[in-house]
Design a protein around this ligand. Structure first.
Ligand SMILES: [Mg+2]
Length: 294
């Protein structure tokens, strides 16, 4: 079935309450960029990506001006072939960033179209293992007062969440430890609690923070330092004493491969909307650490 058209849209989604974390400043809204792929029979698949407030126009332009004309007239089901062709068409100014976000939106739309044409949910189209996925409530709550943090937590518990993630990375590590301690006491010793530093710390600061937080038993410490420092991540895993989650700011399969191979991440976190779409996401999910890293 040939692709008849690819339509890109760019939205601004204002947040009811401005949010903040340790690196992105105040987030007043998200940008949503959608790609809708229609085939010659009128079947449609939708994909999307997002930003935390800037750069969306470039992503939209890549979809509308480069990827849409490239895909029209091609067979919709040759998704792997299109992924490789899109990667190389945008390679010189790409290999991550806006290119990865644009490709993600288009690739998700192609997979959505395939699943809709098959009349099956995507998890079955991808091979089928288990439709149930454990999920957590992730607050963007670094600047919340402790009262507001605990109130948000109670609301999430009432909504049925059985795991919660909170932000760390305040100017004072003692402040972080006190807030995580208050959450641990509030939730009980065995409740799954994760902490997310949004790349705030140097490697030495992250190791110090991990050691300070270890007795509060977070499930993982997320994005302790910049995504570019692969050896630094490996040091934090080895010397910090906490499992490390990372990947929201990795945008290629190759970046994930390097970080995993180096032993720099315990819980890889590919975001399907920014790692290259479903095609790249599945390849990342199948990566394994070398047995020598254990
Ligand atoms: Mg995060």
């Amino acid at each position: 079935m040939l692709i008849r058209e690819v339509v890109a849209n760019h939205y601004t989604i204002p947040l009811p309450v401005a949010l903040s974390d340790s690196t992105h400043g105040t987030i007043k809204g998200f940008e949503l960029i959608t790609a809708r792929v229609r085939d010659a029979e009128g079947a449609e698949g939708t994909g999307y990506t997002y930003t935390v407030g800037a750069g969306g126009a470039a992503v939209h332009a890549l979809v509308a001006r480069d990827l849409a004309p490239f895909l029209v007239g091609r067979h919709a089901d040759l998704i792997e072939s299109h992924w490789q062709a899109m990667w190389w068409a945008l390679h010189y100014g790409g290999r991550g960033g806006a290119q990865a976000l644009a490709m993600s939106a288009v690739d998700i739309a192609l997979w959505d179209l395939r699943a809709r044409r098959q009349g099956a949910p995507l998890w079955r189209v991808l091979g089928g293992f288990d439709p149930r996925v454990p999920c957590y409530a992730g607050g963007i709550d670094l600047d919340f007062s402790l009262d507001a943090l605990l109130r948000q937590t109670d609301e999430n518990l009432a909504r049925g969440f059985r795991a919660i993630k909170m932000k760390v990375g305040r100017p004072s590590l003692r402040d972080d430890v006190e807030r995580v301690g208050a959450m641990r006491r509030h939730l009980g010793p065995d409740f799954p609690l994760m902490v997310d530093a949004n790349m705030r710390w140097s490697v030495d600061e992250a190791i110090r923070a991990a050691r300070s937080l270890a007795e509060l038993a977070p499930v993982w410490l997320e994005e302790p330092t910049i995504p570019d420092d692969v050896p630094g991540h490996a040091r934090i895993v080895r010397e910090g004493g906490l499992p490390v989650a990372a990947g929201e700011n990795l945008h290629t399969l190759y970046e994930f491969r390097q970080l995993i191979a180096a032993g720099g991440v315990t819980f890889p976190e590919p975001d399907v909307t920014s790692c290259g779409g479903v095609t790249a996401f599945m390849k990342i999910c199948h990566l394994r650490r070398p047995s020598t890293c254990r």
